[in-house]
Design a protein around this ligand. Structure first.
Ligand code: SF4
Length: 429
């Protein structure tokens, strides 16, 4: 967990339609970017994530990934100890030794990420040079890249952004200008398969997913590449893709029926596919999703929800909860507000919604308590104290670990919010 000393009080960001946009700089209660390893190592199945960090970093990912304890993990921590911190040992030599041991034992690893942490930043260990050196040593069997997941530089989902941005220069160049669609952002394999089927049904056959399931299947990129973001937290990755000539297709994010439909429509428009074809191709899954949502609407409608900043999914989730389930939004906190990527989402939030970028946790807790929402979406560190005070909470981390995108998952997504309310009602009864 990272802590930042308060810098300024709340100040207004300015106009964004009728929304009440605020920014806060203060103490934060957010995970660091190491957490992304938990879903990234499941997605890229021949990659290994070696955190160069302290025992605290090791504990964080071990406990966040508790369920993986019986599997041979594809993440680990090279511990920086007192000797390294005191400059008594050459940290680069130690790192080379650890990597050589790892790679000789684990020949299934084709891509190794050196993941920077707060301690590696403090001792100014140059992981970029280490990655180049180790690539020279272990190429072609293994490619070594680096990115930072430190709490000084990143929060939670920014770890995925940093990881994917480090991978973009490795994408092969597409020689021709043939139009190809790339879906960017980790999706569970089951969701990826569903999306591929939907794109095919609307007439878009050539679709790549980034990151791919195997590092040996990196999609090619070039001026013909147009990409849809599957996740809202990929600002650096987007810039890196654009620098390689790819074009971003602005869209809602594929959460809920509306988000998924508009996301598909955005790609269809870019491919010149008539809207009617999208509606026909998606009719059956849309109906299934609508039915699944109706089971949760009775409980969630007119209930209020307060989002603390955590995953950067908050704005699309707020749009989904408000427009498809009738929830009232008391505050939508997000660690960063990428206005360009979120513009279609922000346009659909109800007038007057308070959207807070950044965090100053104490005043935000005060506002939450004053608003007394029916449901609070927050990180693990805030959930237990709030529960103890009688609030109903939803752990934001589950929203990242669970497949929630697309039509078939819309009911499950609603269930993540209705379940804690249901449980509270049963306890009260
Ligand atoms: S990277 Fe920093 S914030 Fe994250 S677990 Fe390690 S020491 Fe804590």
């Amino acid at each position: 967990m990272s802590t930042v000393i308060p810098l300024h009080p709340v100040n207004a960001l300015g106009d964004c339609g009728d929304l009440d946009l605020q920014t806060e700089r203060g103490q934060r209660a957010v995970f660091c970017g190491l957490t992304g390893i938990i879903w990234l190592h499941r997605k890229i199945q021949d990659a290994f994530f070696l955190v160069v960090g302290s025992r605290t970093c090791a504990h964080l990912i071990q406990s966040a990934a508790g369920v993986m304890i019986f599997a041979e993990p594809r993440f680990g921590t090279a511990i920086i100890d007192e000797r390294d911190l005191a400059g008594l040992a050459d940290a680069n030599d130690e790192l080379d030794r650890v990597v050589s041991e790892l790679l000789s034992r684990r020949q299934d690893i084709k891509l190794l990420f050196l993941v920077g942490s707060c301690p590696s930043e403090v001792i100014k260990l140059d992981l970029s040079r280490a990655a180049q050196r180790l690539t020279r040593l272990h190429h072609p069997a293994v490619r070594v890249l680096n990115y930072s997941g430190s709490g000084i530089e990143t929060t939670f989902t920014q770890g995925e952004d940093a990881c994917l941005a480090s991978l973009v220069p490795e994408l092969p160049t597409q020689d021709d200008t043939r139009q190809r669609l790339m879906v960017v952002g980790s999706l569970a394999d089951v969701v990826e398969d569903q999306m591929r089927g939907l794109f095919k049904a609307i007439g878009i056959d050539e679709v790549d997913f980034f990151p791919p399931r195997r590092s040996t299947e990196l999609p090619a990129i070039g001026p013909g590449t147009r990409f849809l973001l599957a996740q809202p937290f990929l600002a650096d990755t987007t810039r890196a893709l654009q620098a390689r000539g790819a074009e971003h297709i602005p869209a809602l994010f594929p959460l809920g029926v509306e988000g998924t439909t508009q996301w598909l429509h955005a790609a269809a428009t870019a491919w010149g596919v008539p809207p009617q074809r999208v509606l026909e191709a998606t009719q059956a899954p849309r109906q299934r999703a609508e039915q699944a949502l109706s089971r949760h609407r009775a409980l969630l409608s007119d209930r209020s929800v307060f989002f603390f900043p955590d995953s950067q999914l908050e704005v699309p989730l707020a749009r989904f909860l408000h427009r498809e389930l009738g929830m009232r939004l008391t505050e939508v906190g997000t660690p960063y507000l990428h206005r360009q990527h979120l513009a279609p989402e922000l346009a659909l939030l109800p007038s007057g919604t308070r959207v807070t970028e950044g965090q100053h946790v104490d005043p935000q807790l005060d506002r939450c308590k004053q608003a007394a929402p029916d449901l609070v979406v927050c990180g693990l560190g805030l959930a237990n104290p709030l529960e103890a005070e009688g609030f109903t909470t939803k752990w934001a981390i589950e929203l990242v670990f669970t497949p929630i995108q697309g039509y078939e998952q819309a009911g499950d997504l609603a269930g993540l919010f209705s379940r804690p309310l249901n449980r509270r009602l049963k306890l009260v009864a």
